[in-house]
Design a binder for this molecule. Structure first.
Ligand code: CA
Ligand code: CA
Length: 301
């Protein structure tokens, strides 16, 4: 299996990124990722202020997918995410949702044993996920540092981006130019303190192309749902975008009136908060597969 090492990273998603590897549709390959600190945190005694902030949120890549052209969808199936045996969580003053209440910086290095994170006497089951994953943005959409989520993906920090899930990205540039990093052994919806359990990982992916279909925001398929993963300057903007796209997809795939699709969304589409702490807020509108299968939804795009 092809292995793409973690020393080839980007800190910005741009339209003209230089690929460092290439794969074919249908390929299964492994991507090694750094933790969001680029492994600069080695001890709980370190001061977060001393880190090189230019090296935060490295994303391994970009990976050129042969045959991907603007106007296609890039399908990325997450086969597995293998994480190391310890991760890092941290808090800084003014960091996260309750940053005004934080009186001091702390770093905690948290061990993982038997698929559980051990912290303060509590055993929390891990559920490894990818924080940053995306493709080259459209030129008119500008450049996006890897700490920010947008239409190209990026720092979506969505706990359902885990093994067994499949992402669908809009291809904006030839080769799509996929990059990923910032894995978490686990995190909760909201990511309130601004870190998950930050950890290096080995991610096994399978890529494919769906020709001539496009989406505004990435879609995320899980066992039960097709989720629209949208981001905005605040929670209201993000949920409006996610819901608006979900209603449009329901309308088109079921061939019903917009108002009827709006009712169906109100009855069956859960809105979930992904994260509240990145430069833009991310949410997902979860369309149940009993309403419309992911394949049918994509066919109707
Ligand atoms: Ca993140
Ligand atoms: Ca992170």
């Amino acid at each position: 299996m092809k292995v793409i090492p973690a020393d080839k990273v980007i800190y910005k998603f741009t339209a003209d990124m230089e690929p460092i590897a290439s794969v074919l549709p249908g390929d299964i390959f492994k991507v090694e990722t750094n933790d969001c600190f680029f492994q600069q945190v080695l001890s709980e005694e370190q001061d977060l202020k001393d880190l090189d902030y230019g090296r935060l949120n490295p994303a391994t890549g970009p990976i050129y997918v042969e045959g991907a052209e603007p106007g296609d969808l890039l399908k990325v199936k997450i086969i597995s995410i293998d994480v190391k045996d310890k991760g890092i969580a941290a808090v800084i003053p003014n960091g996260g949702l309750l940053g005004d209440q934080v009186t001091k910086s702390i770093i905690r290095i948290i061990n993982i044993e038997d698929n559980h994170a051990l912290f303060q006497g509590v055993k929390i089951p891990i559920s490894p996920m990818i924080g940053v994953i995306g493709v080259a943005p459209a030129k008119e959409d500008g450049e996006w540092t890897t700490d920010t989520p947008w239409k190209h993906g990026g720092n979506m920090d969505t706990k359902d981006i885990k093994a067994g899930s499949t992402l669908y990205f809009p291809v904006n540039q030839e080769g799509a130019l996929l990059a990923l990093g910032d894995c978490h052994a686990l995190m909760a919806d909201g990511e309130v303190c601004f870190t998950g359990l930050e950890i290096p990982a080995e991610v096994t992916l399978e890529v494919d192309l769906i020709k001539n279909k496009s989406v505004k925001w990435p879609l995320l398929e899980t066992d039960e749902y097709t989720m629209v993963v949208a981001s905005g300057d605040n929670l209201d903007h993000a949920v409006y975008e996610a819901t608006s796209n979900a209603v449009e997809y329901i309308k088109n795939s079921l061939a019903i009136e917009w108002e009827e699709a709006y009712i169906l969304a109100s009855l069956s589409v859960d809105l979930k908060i992904s994260q509240l702490v990145d430069p833009k807020i991310t949410v997902r509108a979860a369309i149940p597969k009993y309403l419309v299968a992911t394949e049918k939804l994509i066919d109707s795009l």
